[in-house]
Design a protein around this ligand. Structure first.
Ligand SMILES: *Cc1c(COP(=O)(O)O)cnc(C)c1O
Length: 485
């Protein structure tokens, strides 16, 4: 018999590997349990950064050594979104069940491209839930995506097929000069999707805002008429169920009506807010979302599912298959056996090999139930109102946008020539202090401190600490004890 060297990558000593695995799990449970004892974020030492610029190892190391390296050089220098003091950008906090689901999915190593397996049925279970949450018809299709950026790009492809039929997959959209409409506050992922889809960023017309910070629907209607007159082809309207800067929600019901009468595709960017429909209190804010032709949203933000987990829902499900199906011979379906089953996710999106994002989503929803998740979301909105109230009580602070959801924009008052730099300085000092991580954005052309209260762990006392630190830093920087750079 021919003897081959050992190539199996399983442990030689299962007992010690098991022991090490348990230690890793304990370390991460400790991390989650004791988050508040850590800084939210900390600057990365050069030595640590450089240590990740080495050549790949020819030989292997023990699991224990790699684990120690993770604890020492990776875990302390993450962005900090698990921490209750993280309020910069729209990031989810993650949960214990989400972490464990990632481990289970990793162990199973399922490939969700297709074939006859229950992991695909779990994804289809989520699709059924998603249809019900957003009151879409039974015929709606959907699929997990990396995030809303990918979902928006895919929605553009589907809308193209809806408009010109499957021949567009052979011929492209030709000489049409397509127009896509969105509020001027729309997320950058739409610009990127227009670029990547080949429609071009110039096809986007940015619509002005009304006084409440939402897309001005009357202005949109006028624009569509003018564009038709000019020989352009109005194609799609993108409404936001929560804009990234201020959390404003477009009048989705009015946009749905307009799109229907104008025969335009109605896409909703629900990355930030759509899952707010889990809360009976918040759901009415999203009235009209149920009429979208396509809805892209994220489980990994407000839904707290670990990264990454986005979802795309398409009202007219057959269009999704028409857009993405292929007939490669090695993907042929059989009546029985492993290659059985009609609904293969590879026919519903651009990917063939796909991870088991459905498991962590399914386990999160099963663990907490939508009522508790909805209550958590409503609580983050209550915290946003709480901090807005605190801001309005402080003479040196100024609220910069109405609070609709879980986002608060404010700034420290200062002379016009200094106010932008001063607030940027405050944001950086806060981040480097480890007390809290806010971020900066632009609201009506002015730089503001933005708190996105997405993390389920954030408490009123974290916000009180943040306001206290902003007041302290603002005073210190504006009295010139530290020169603004
Ligand atoms: C985060 C976000 C996106 C992009 O979603 P990803 O999941 O990061 O790709 C789009 N729109 C809004 C409003 C967002 O907050």
């Amino acid at each position: 018999m021919t003897e081959f060297p050992r190539s199996n990558l399983d442990p030689e000593d299962w007992e010690s590997e098991r022991h090490q695995a348990h230690a890793m799990l304990d370390d991460l449970l400790d991390y989650m349990q004791n988050l508040t004892e850590r800084p939210v974020w900390q600057p990365i030492p050069d030595s640590v950064r450089h240590s990740f610029q080495e050549n790949s190892p020819g030989g292997g190391q023990s699991l224990e050594e790699i684990h120690q390296r993770f604890m020492k050089d990776i875990l302390p220098y993450a962005v900090g979104n698990a921490h209750p003091g993280f309020m910069g950008w729209v990031h989810g906090g993650g949960t214990v069940v989400g972490m464990l689901a990632e481990m289970l999915a990793g162990g199973l190593n399922a490939n969700l491209g297709g074939r006859d397996q229950i992991p695909v049925a779990v994804e289809q279970q989520i699709l059924r839930w998603v249809r019900a949450w957003f009151r879409f018809p039974e015929t709606a299709q959907g699929i997990f995506t990396t995030g809303t950026s990918q979902g928006t790009l895919m929605a553009l492809w589907v809308a193209r097929v809806a408009r010109w039929g499957e021949r567009v997959r052979q011929e492209g959209v030709g000489a049409h000069t397509l127009r896509v409409y969105a509020a001027s506050t729309v997320h950058g992922s739409l610009h990127k999707a227009l670029d990547l889809s080949g429609l071009g960023k110039k096809s986007l017309h940015l619509v002005a805002l009304d006084e409440s910070g939402r897309m001005d629907v009357a202005a949109l209607q006028v624009q569509i008429g003018e564009d038709r007159q000019a020989g352009l082809t109005p194609f799609m309207v993108v409404g936001s169920a929560g804009t990234v800067d201020t959390g404003a929600i477009d009048d989705l019901a009015a946009l749905a009506v307009l799109c229907r009468t104008q025969s335009l595709w109605f896409h909703v960017d629900g990355a930030l807010g759509a899952l707010g429909c889990w809360s009976a209190e918040l759901a009415p804010l999203f009235q009209g979302i149920e009429q979208a032709d396509s809805l892209a949203f994220d489980f990994h933000k407000w839904g707290q599912v670990p990264y990454d987990a986005g979802f795309l829902l398409i009202r007219e499900g057959s269009l999704q298959r028409q857009t993405f199906s292929s007939s490669a011979r090695y993907l042929a379906r059989e009546e029985r056996g492993t290659a059985a089953g009609e609904d293969w996710p590879c026919d519903l999106g651009p990917d063939l090999s796909r991870g088991f994002r459905a498991l962590k989503t399914w386990m999160t929803v099963c663990r907490y139930g939508t009522e508790r998740l909805g209550a958590m979301m409503a609580h983050t909105c209550a915290l946003a109102r709480f901090v807005a109230e605190k801001v309005s009580q402080e003479a040196s602070l100024e609220l910069m946008a109405p609070v609709t959801l879980n986002i608060v924009c404010f700034r420290y008052r200062a002379e016009p020539a200094q106010v932008d730099a001063l607030n940027a300085q405050i944001a950086i000092a806060l981040q480097e202090s480890g007390i809290a991580v806010p971020s900066m954005t632009l609201v009506r052309g002015q730089r503001v401190l933005r708190l996105a209260l997405v993390n389920h762990r954030t408490r009123a006392r974290d916000l009180e600490a943040l306001i206290c630190a902003v007041l302290h830093l603002g005073q210190r920087f504006s009295t010139g004890r530290i020169q603004l750079s």
